[in-house]
Design a protein around this ligand. Structure first.
Ligand code: SIN
Length: 547
C-alpha cells in the first residue's frame, strides 16, 4: 500500500529532527520520519562529542564568520556563514536551552563553560561532557514523540527518490523541471518496497564516512542520501572536500573511536612517539589547535616520514585525573576498556575520515536544485564549510538549516501530493538476497581503495586507479542490484559505490590543493593572493600556515 504524508523526512539526526520540530509545532502538517535503524536516535548526531558552536564571552558574529571562512580556505560562502552566525545563537538559546533544557556544562555560578577547538580564535563551544550530540538528539526525539502530527517509521530504508519525469507515467513530464514526490522505501523486516508520497521530501541522511576503512562515523554513514539525489539529477558540489579528523583512537583490532578536539582545546598536546611536539614546528601560531586539515596532514606526514603507526595525544598535567573523568567521560571509559588510562598515559591516535564538507547543493532554506526536495545537515552543501569545516559547526548548521527548511515548507502552498496511480509500484526481482560474503568483500574493497587512493593525500595516478576500480565494482554491484531481491545491505553497498565514485571523480577533476583536498601533484603553485584568503597550497610540505 502506498503511504501519503505532507512531509517525508528521511533520517533523523539534528537537522531532520529540527525540520520536523519546526513543521510539527507551528503547523498542523503531518510529518513522517523514516529511519533505517530501529532507534531513531541512531545517527551521526548521536556521536558528536565536542559540542555546538555559539557566541562565547567577548565574541561577535563577525569573529565567528571570520573563523569559519578562514577554516574554509577561501571557498566558504559568506552568506551561509552570516546566516549561521545570526540565526545559530538565537536557536541554541530558544530551542536547545529554553525548550529542550539541554544540560550544557556550567561553572558553579551557573554560567556556561565554553571550550575551544581547532581554528577557533576563542572559546565558544557549548558541551555536555563529551556526549553533546547524544544529549541533544535524545531531547529532540523525545520532544518529537510527544507531537501528535509526527509519525516515526523505524526500520525503513529509502531505496530511491520518486522523481518526475523518471518515475512518472506521463511521458510529457520529460518537458518539466525535475521534481521530487517522495521515495520508494524498503521495510527491512518484511523486505517489501512501497511508495511513500510527500508534498515535500527532506533528505537528512548524514554523511559518508563509511566509504573509508578508517572513520569516526557510525555504520549508517554510507552516502545514501547523496547517491539517491545524484541519481535523481540534483546538483552535487564540493565532494572532494572530505574532512579527516586528526585524532581517533588507534588500538589494533578496535574500531576507530573519536578523541574529541576539545581534548586539545583543554590543553592536551600532540607528540611524536619520541616526544617531539611537532605541531609547534608545523604551525607556530596555532600549535595543536590549527585547523583540522593542517593537523591531520601533519600527523600523516609524521607517520609516513618516520614510519610511526600512530602519534600520541598527551593529557598529562592539563587537569586533575578526576576532572578528566568528568569532562571526558565517554573517551575516558572507552580508552580504559581498551587498557589505556588517559589520566596517566598518552593516547595513541591516527586521523580518520570524519565529515563531508560538500554535498547536495542547497540554498539558504535547504532547497536543492530539484523542486520539492530539500537536503539538510551533512548530506547537503550550504556553502558554509567551503573546503574545510570549522570544528563544532555541524550540529549548529543542522539545527539552523533544518529549522529554516521547516519554515520554508510551512510557507509554501505550491507543493502538491502526487496521485499514487501516476507512479508504478516497485518491481521486485525474483532471485534471493545476494550472498553476504560478496557484499562484505565489495564493501571492503571500496573502503580500502578510498582510504589508500582518495585519502588524506591524493595524486592523479591513485585517483585514476580508484576510478577504474570503482567503475569495475559498480558494474558488479549494479548486476546484483538489478537481479536480486533487495535488502538494506545491498542498498547501502550500491550507495557506497556511487558515493565513492562521486568523491573520487571530483577529486580527480580538482588539480588544485585547497583545504581538506590535498594533491601531492597540485598543478597550481602557491598563489599569494589566495593565501591571504585562507590558503591555496602548493606542493609538499602539505601545510598551510595561517596569515
Ligand atoms: C570533535 O569533538 O572533535 C568533533 C567535533 C566536530 O567534528 O565538530
Amino acid at each position: 500500500m502506498p503511504l501519503e504524508t505532507d512531509i517525508l523526512i528521511i533520517g533523523c539526526g539534528i537537522s531532520g529532527a529540527a525540520a520536523a520540530y519546526r513543521l510539527a509545532t507551528n503547523t498542523s502538517r503531518e510529518v513522517t520520519i523514516i529511519t533505517r535503524h530501529q532507534e531513531p536516535e541512531e545517527s551521526n548526531t548521536r556521536y558528536a562529542q565536542g559540542g555546538i558552536v555559539t557566541l562565547g564571552e567577548g565574541d561577535s558574529e563577525e569573529a565567528l564568520i571570520k573563523d569559519i571562512r578562514t577554516a574554509g580556505a577561501g571557498l566558504g560562502l559568506p552568506e551561509a556563514a552570516s546566516i549561521l552566525a545570526k540565526d545559530g545563537p538565537r536557536l541554541v538559546k530558544h530551542i536547545l536551552v529554553k525548550t529542550l533544557e539541554i544540560p550544557f556544562d556550567c561553572n558553579h555560578e551557573g554560567k556556561f563553560l565554553y571550550t575551544r577547538e581547532g581554528g577557533h580564535t576563542l572559546p565558544r563551544i557549548l558541551h555536555v561532557g563529551d556526549t553533546t550530540g547524544k544529549a541533544i538528539e535524545q531531547a529532540l526525539i523525545s520532544k518529537l514523540r510527544k507531537l501528535p502530527n509526527v509519525r516515526f517509521l523505524t526500520g525503513y530504508t529509502a531505496v530511491d527518490l520518486i522523481t518526475s519525469p523518471h518515475h512518472i507515467r506521463n511521458p510529457l513530464a520529460v518537458y518539466q523541471p525535475i521534481s521530487c514526490h517522495g521515495a520508494y522505501v524498503l521495510e527491512r523486516k518484511s523486505g517489501n518496497i512501497s511508495r511513500f508520497f510527500g508534498k515535500a521530501t527532506i533528505l537528512a541522511t548524514g554523511g559518508l564516512g563509511r566509504i573509508y576503512s578508517h572513520t569516526t562515523n557510525p555504520e549508517g554513514a554510507r552516502g545514501d542520501g547523496l547517491a539517491m539525489a545524484y541519481r535523481a539529477g540534483a546538483r552535487v558540489v564540493n565532494t572532494e572536500y572530505i574532512q579527516f579528523h586528526p585524532t581517533t583512537l588507534a588500538v589494533p583490532g578496535a574500531e576507530n573511536f573519536l578523541i574529541s578536539e576539545a581534548v586539545r582545546g583543554e590543553g592536551a598536546k600532540l607528540l611524536s612517539p619520541d616526544g617531539r611536539h611537532f605541531m609547534e614546528e608545523v604551525a607556530p601560531k596555532w600549535g595543536d589547535l590549527a585547523p583540522r586539515d593542517v593537523v591531520a596532514r601533519a600527523i600523516h606526514h609524521e607517520m609516513l616520514t618516520h614510519g610511526y603507526p600512530y602519534v600520541l595525544l598527551d593529557l598529562s598535567g592539563i587537569m586533575l585525573p578526576e576532572h578528566i573523568q568528568s569532562r571526558f567521560p565517554a573517551i575516558y571509559t572507552r580508552c580504559l576498556e581498551l587498557g589505556i588510562d588517559i589520566a596517566r598515559e598518552p593516547i595513541p591516535v591516527v586521523p580518520a575520515a570524519h565529515y563531508l564538507c560538500g554535498g547536495i547543493l542547497v540554498d539558504e532554506f535547504g532547497r536543492s536544485s530539484i523542486n520539492g526536495l530539500y537536503a539538510v545537515g551533512e548530506v547537503s552543501c550550504t556553502g558554509l564549510h567551503g573546503a574545510n569545516r570549522l570544528a563544532s559547526t555541524s550540529l549548529l548548521e543542522g539545527l539552523v538549516w533544518g529549522y529554516r527548511a521547516g519554515e520554508d515548507i510551512s510557507r509554501r502552498n505550491d507543493l502538491k501530493i502526487l496521485k499514487p496511480s501516476m507512479v508504478p509500484p516497485w518491481e521486485a526481482a525474483e532471485a534471493p538476497f545476494p550472498d553476504p560474503v560478496l557484499v562484505y568483500q565489495d564493501r571492503q574493497a571500496i573502503q580500502n581503495l578510498m582510504w589508500l587512493y582518495v585519502g588524506l593525500s591524493r595524486n592523479q595516478e591513485r585517483l585514476s586507479r580508484a576510478l577504474r576500480d570503482l567503475n569495475h565494482l559498480w558494474e558488479t554491484i549494479e548486476e546484483f542490484y538489478r537481479t536480486t531481491a533487495l535488502n538494506d545491505d545491498l542498498i547501502g553497498l550500491r550507495n557506497m559505490a556511487q558515493a565513492a565514485w562521486i568523491v573520487t571523480l571530483s577529486a580527480w577533476h580538482n588539480k588544485q590543493s585547497r583545504g581538506t583536498h590535498f594533491r601531492e601533484d597540485a598543478t597550481l603553485q602557491e598563489n599569494p593572493s589566495a593565501w591571504n584568503q585562507g590558503g591555496i597550497m602548493g606542493n609538499w610540505p602539505p601545510f598551510r600556515e595561517q596569515s
